[in-house]
Design a binder for this molecule. Structure first.
Ligand code: HEC
Length: 157
């Protein structure tokens, strides 16, 4: 009787150990890795929430005074950003303008504004964040630009 009980305990222990080893570590952590990878791929298709929040903050601190809360600017003083050809179709130059001011980018459009746009930010990350913000607000649907695409712009200021 006593021996049988011992045998049973030993057997139960062995089964328990086998079960633990077969479903431990390996399979579980592989699943975790592939989930992480799919999150990264989503990020690559557009800026993350942190960048967009940063862009909005910069707009409200700096750009808003001239281009106004709704992006419409002030006629003959500050151009509208809504449907702006320069912003939507010359996006990299728009990034350069935010970094260096409008005196340092090729002239565009046929309206001459009374004063040039002064430089606004001093690094690629902030410039791209705010341009991505204005590209996708105020009714604009302008896609996104990445920091890698603008790294060859010379920061003059
Ligand atoms: C002091 C006023 C002022 C501030 C602040 C300002 N801008 Fe401007 N912005 C201008 C003026 C003036 C022009 C027109 C410049 C020119 O044509 O030479 C302009 C032009 C632009 C254009 C080109 C639009 C077009 O169709 O010609 C973009 C894009 C732009 N600004 C984005 C921004 C962003 C983004 C910010 C904030 C980071 C900003 N601006 C801050 C005055 C300002």
């Amino acid at each position: 009787m006593k021996t049988r009980k011992m045998l049973f305990i030993a057997l139960a222990g062995f089964i328990g150990l086998t079960a633990l080893t077969s479903c431990g570590g390996g399979g579980g952590s592989e699943q975790q890795t592939s989930a992480d990878e799919s999150t990264k791929m989503e990020d690559a298709s557009g800026p993350d929430d942190a960048q967009l929040a940063r862009g909005e903050k910069i707009y409200n601190e700096k750009c808003f005074a001239c281009h106004q809360k709704d992006g419409n600017g002030i006629p003959n003083a500050f151009p509208t950003l809504v449907g702006s050809d320069f912003l939507l179709n010359h996006t990299k130059e728009a990034v350069a303008q935010v970094l260096n001011g409008s005196e340092h980018v090729p002239s565009h459009g046929n309206i001459t504004y009374p004063a040039p746009m002064p430089p606004q930010v001093d690094n690629y990350e902030d410039a791209v964040a705010v341009i991505n913000y204005v590209l996708n607000n105020f009714g604009n649907d302008g896609g996104y630009i990445t920091v890698d695409e603008v790294k060859d712009i010379k920061i003059i200021r």
